[in-house]
Ligand binder design. Sequence first.
Ligand code: EPS
Length: 340
Amino acid sequence: MLRHLTAGESHGEYLTGILEGFPAGVKITPALIEAQLRRRRQAPGRSARQALETDQFKIISGVAAGLTTGAPISVLIANKGRALPPASSLPRPGHADLAGMLKYDTLNASLIRERASARETAAGVALGAFALRFLEMLDVGVNSRVLSLGELGRLTAESAAAEILRARKAGDTLGGIFELTVENLPAGLGGFGQRDRRLGARLGAALLGINGVKGFEIGGGFSLAALGGKAASLDPGLSGGLDGGMTNGRVLRVRCAVKPVPGLPGGSPSTDLKSFRKKLSSSATSDTTAVFAAAVIAENAAALELAGAVLEKFGGDSLGEIRTRVDEWRKRTQKILRRL
Ligand code: EPS
């Protein structure tokens, strides 16, 4: 079983990530982790905080001489942004503030924001880099792309940058849709015996757990509802690589909708929970869109889930052992899949 946890606040000293159950023998360099962290940090549409953060990290355990050892992996990421926002009893609409204040019985929204912040995703990405590397060693390719930004489709780097600038100037923020594809997954990962073994449900939980993700669909997703069974059966790709909660040997394809960042630069109407006066909540966040960063985070989050599913099916404690089993399994399933 592959498990992971993160800890740390947005303006605390460090973020921490722990990955347990990861096999030995996976070659990992700091550059591989840095590359993933950089992709997340430098995704378009983020705030000035991203220019400040350098995501200086340290691998504390679980790696020796550039190879994972099988022991729990821990990673620390230092925060540069250390100025803790002042206590505030004014929840920012659309953020975790109000629900968190009610839940933890506090009138200080800052205590909620600190952990609910998307800063946490840096730790998740650092751990995901290990899972991505493991999958890469098994010739599994994980990719993502942003399909739309606000109402803008057919994106280019230029059109996206222009749209982000337009929204920023208008004091607005943007959502979007990204697609995640995974190629060459062994068939038969996941399971149908219980709902929580279904790989679609597991991926859904992993991706819906990313800040701001409000929608998730597999393959044809919501468009399948309008198709007849005859039409739907003509395109096996509509299953998104999953049938009955298991990989079917095709490309895995899922999509997520990311809501517009709720913190508006000009503030949003809210109610102070001490005075119950209506006030404008000034937003601590000035991100314009999170969809590009979320796509990178999703690759890493999905990789952790899929690496876990591979380990559950094939077992094994070292990369060599697992790779032999996966190769053997692929030969076996390919004999059938090739003839379909
Ligand atoms: C975030 C608000 C912004 C983001 C932050 C997430 O930070 P600040 O509170 O300093 O304005 O930049 O994201 C990160 C720091 C990061 O590394 O992703 C929020 O409220 O979720």
